[in-house]
Design a binder for this molecule. Structure first.
Ligand SMILES: [Zn+2]
Length: 411
């Protein structure tokens, strides 16, 4: 038995084994096309890039060292020397746990050491061949398809990668407007036409959603947006904060346009940069007026967890997506899920999204997701809130039926 099952009790394991049989939808990734991954020269440190780098950084590793160790090929012994002191500080975190589970599964080592860093590097290079994505996502994770962010629209990986596009955001200066919307933008109608074209193009090219970052809504009108646009176009030295009437108005219009094009609004909430402006509650004024617009609320708003749950509780058009959550903290994910199952109908939660750039790590995160979901479901069974059969039904709906129904996926 693998080390990650050791702490589960019998009922939790029984539920987990049932969840492992399911073919599932992966509700959020950041995967580059497989061809791009194969052109890279990964080594053992690649497994500690992406989210692990946040813990390495806050442990004290500087950004230049981080970039050299994690994102570029180089001398393995030299990299290890620079990596080890910071790795020792963060090797117990949830981000690191996903890396360790991944490393054990695919490259045969539970943790990285001076002695195995070369062999892990060799194995990851040897496995970096055509078919890697299918071996990981389809064969090891039983993923039917992954909703992906930041990939090119044409990269569909035979229908297994479903792309989303980033909303046009941060219209804060004349330069931003020209860069994002083209240099023919003289009026608000021009701006709206360019945005409409962008969203329409995403739909034509089979995107399934538009990815937004949550934003504060201060009630900007068309007139406010027009005045802000004129102001910005009048002086190229002007730079407004993201929270400005033009940006707000255009983001709200894009959410409507996404809906009119039958695209889901994939909404990042919480944790990232200045997460205060990414609080889920900021969206409330929009949701109250637009109850037909489908919103897939990412990350349960961490740290604004109850604000996110509340939106799921109250509004029929909002779903709560557990993507990234088990990596941030399995304790938070456990508690959020425990509370949500008590509060929400069974069609409201999406159980998994790897949220990864490095494909193998999706597996590590999925193991943690299944472990947490099993623990929560087992708790509900023990407390006699759910029968085991009903618990498994809810588990299946979270991992398969709910995203399928909301997005209209066809298997
Ligand atoms: Zn993400």
């Amino acid at each position: 038995m693998s080390f990650y099952l050791e702490s589960l009790n019998e009922l939790e394991r029984e539920i987990l084994f049932e969840l492992e049989k399911l073919h599932i939808y992966d509700c959020h990734e950041h995967l580059v096309p497989e061809s791009e991954r194969l052109s890279q020269e990964p080594d053992a440190f690649t497994l500690f890039s992406h989210y692990c780098q946040h813990d390495l950084y806050t442990a004290g590793m500087d950004k230049k060292t981080m970039a050299e160790i994690l994102w570029k090929p180089g001398d393995i012994d030299r990299k290890w020397q620079r990596f080890e002191p910071f790795y020792n500080k963060m090797r117990h975190t949830s981000y690191c746990r996903a890396a360790h589970i991944t490393m054990e599964k695919f490259y045969g080592e539970k943790e990285l050491t001076r002695d195995n860093v070369h062999i892990v590097s060799k194995r990851i290079k040897q496995a970096n061949t055509k078919g890697l994505y299918d071996r990981v996502l389809r064969d090891s994770c039983k993923i039917i398809a992954s909703v992906n962010c930041d990939g090119p629209l044409e990269d569909t990986h035979s229908g297994r990668i479903l792309q989303t596009v980033r909303a046009i955001d941060e219209l804060c200066s004349r330069e931003d407007i020209i860069k994002k919307l083209g240099d023919k933008t003289g009026s608000l109608d021009d701006v709206l036409k360019a945005v409409q074209k962008y969203i329409g193009n995403a739909k034509t090219n089979n995107a399934v959603g538009v990815k937004f970052m949550a934003f504060p809504i201060d009630g900007a009108t068309r007139e406010d947006a027009r005045a802000t646009l004129d102001f910005l176009l009048s002086d190229k030295s002007l730079h407004l904060p993201r929270r400005n009437p033009l940006n707000e108005y255009i983001l709200c219009c894009q959410m409507r346009m996404a809906h009119e094009n039958e695209l889901v609004c994939c909404m990042h909430t919480g944790y990232w940069n200045d997460y205060r402006e990414l609080s889920p509650s900021n969206l409330l004024p929009f949701i109250m007026k637009n109850q037909d617009v489908k919103i897939d609320l990412y990350h349960v708003g961490y740290p604004y967890v109850r604000e996110a749950i509340m939106l799921g509780k109250v509004w029929p058009n909002v779903r709560i997506n557990m993507c990234w959550t088990y990596l941030i903290s399995q304790i938070f994910a456990f508690e959020a899920l425990d509370e949500m199952i008590e509060m929400l109908p069974d069609n409201k939660i999406f159980g998994f999204g790897g949220d990864y750039y490095v494909v193998e790590k999706v597996f590590g995160h999925l193991i943690m997701a299944r472990e947490t979901i099993s623990r929560v479901l087992a708790k509900k069974v023990r407390e006699k809130i759910l029968t085991q059969e009903r618990a498994l039904e809810i588990g299946r709906k979270m991992l398969y039926d709910n995203p399928k129904e909301f997005y209209g996926f066809k298997d």
